[in-house]
Design a protein around this ligand. Structure first.
Ligand SMILES: CC(C)(COP(=O)(O)OP(=O)(O)OC[C@H]1O[C@@H](n2cnc3c(N)ncnc32)[C@H](O)[C@@H]1OP(=O)(O)O)[C@@H](O)C(=O)NCCC(=O)NCCS
Length: 179
């Protein structure tokens, strides 16, 4: 199936959202999260989930939470901050997936644009210097965040790679992303 990315509609998950048809066989944990946990997590104010619709189909989702990163983990980045804090505020992109059969058509890139748009709206109200993601150690997922989000790797565990993008670098030509 081909998706027209210009007609995608974004909405916040609600109690009425029917997410039962969302399939992500590459990452069953992401599928299970959306189908079984996302609504509860939202009521608990642990994460907020956004859905991407193409017509009546849910073709993608992402979940956001507050987060932070240590100053040490980004000390190699030239942040030009006098007297840096121990921790920097960061928006955590906790989960993201495109539905089976629809990957590679640009839905993920559209989701990232929305994540950055939300991050920039937040910075008008609260401090938020970075967007952070704990990416799976899957080269395709890592390449996606590097190429289409301007994220860089900062630390890694056996399962995930922590990646960040400095919101002050977006749009300066180096990590140019249209939001
Ligand atoms: C990572 C993911 C959200 C990207 O969404 P998408 O809609 O496929 O992204 P786009 O079409 O905008 O971009 C395609 C890029 O994503 C990357 N990619 C990662 N996994 C991919 C997959 N299974 N199929 C196709 N592209 C994939 C590639 O780098 C590709 O870039 P290229 O076209 O230059 O080779 C999506 O592939 C996905 O849901 N993967 C499985 C779950 C997952 O890994 N989530 C991230 C957890 S950290």
């Amino acid at each position: 199936m081909t998706v027209d990315i210009y007609s995608l509609i974004f909405s916040k998950l609600s109690g009425d959202s029917d997410v039962s048809s969302f399939a992500c066989s590459d990452s069953k944990d992401l599928e299970d999260f959306l189908r079984n946990d996302a609504k509860t997590r939202q009521l608990e104010k642990i994460s907020t989930t956004y859905l991407v619709h193409s017509g009546t189909d849910i073709v993608g989702f992402f979940s956001l939470s507050m987060g932070c990163i240590t100053s040490d983990s980004v000390k190699k980045m030239s942040l030009e901050i006098e007297d840096p804090p121990n921790k920097y505020p960061a928006l955590l992109l906790a989960r993201m997936a495109t539905k089976d059969g629809l990957r590679g058509q640009g839905i993920g890139r559209e989701m990232l644009k929305h994540v950055f748009a939300i991050a920039f709206r937040l910075t008008g109200q609260i401090g938020c210097r970075f967007v952070k993601v704990d990416a799976k150690r899957d080269p395709r997922a890592i390449r996606f965040y590097e190429n289409y989000g301007g994220f860089i790797k900062i630390t890694q565990t056996s399962e995930t790679v922590q990646m960040v993008v400095d919101l002050n670098k977006i749009g300066d030509g180096e990590n140019s992303i249209a939001v």
